[in-house]
Design a protein around this ligand. Structure first.
Ligand SMILES: Cc1cc2nc3c(=O)[nH]c(=O)nc-3n(C[C@H](O)[C@H](O)[C@H](O)COP(=O)(O)O)c2cc1C
Length: 132
């Protein structure tokens, strides 16, 4: 059956059971059940990356969102954005570019990481994404 991304996944394809290798807390989430042909695809098999065991091989590429404040501090938008994209256990995300020194870049509303406020904001983003 072809996937029609304009339509929501059928309810019959949703389960509250986490994937087999999940170590995620038992919060109630809905996972999409995969068809047997999708499940057997190499794309959806685990992959060891250093000390991390990924549950599949789809990785979020770094994508500048330009959603930080004018002082380059992440907001709750970023916390929600990364939480949503890391909600499937065993997913690997690479966060967007950051800037480590005032002279190192000039990107409007990019999240920088050299003032205390910027560092504290990144600390709110990272824990929501780490679910190993
Ligand atoms: C809107 C947008 C924002 C991006 N932001 C970043 C970024 O912050 N850091 C980075 O290293 N790459 C960034 N990239 C590059 C993407 O990660 C890259 O396009 C992706 O890995 C796919 O690679 P390709 O463009 O060579 O196919 C961005 C790309 C786009 C389209």
């Amino acid at each position: 059956m072809r996937w029609d991304s304009s339509q929501p996944a059928p309810v019959s394809n949703l389960t509250s059971s986490p994937p087999k290798n999940s170590t995620s807390p038992t919060t109630t989430r809905l996972y999409t059940k995969m068809s047997s042909s999708t499940e057997s695809s190499a794309l959806f098999t685990p992959l060891q990356v250093g000390r991390l065991t990924l549950s599949h091989r789809i990785v979020l590429a770094p994508l500048s969102r330009s959603r930080a404040t004018k002082d380059h501090v992440h907001t709750k938008l970023a916390v929600d954005y990364y939480a949503q994209r890391s909600s499937f256990p065993g997913s690997l995300l690479i966060t967007e570019a950051t800037v480590i020194h005032p002279e190192a870049g000039a990107y409007l509303h990019a999240p920088y990481i050299y003032t205390d406020a910027q560092v504290q904001a990144w600390k709110k983003v990272c824990p929501v994404s780490i679910r190993w």
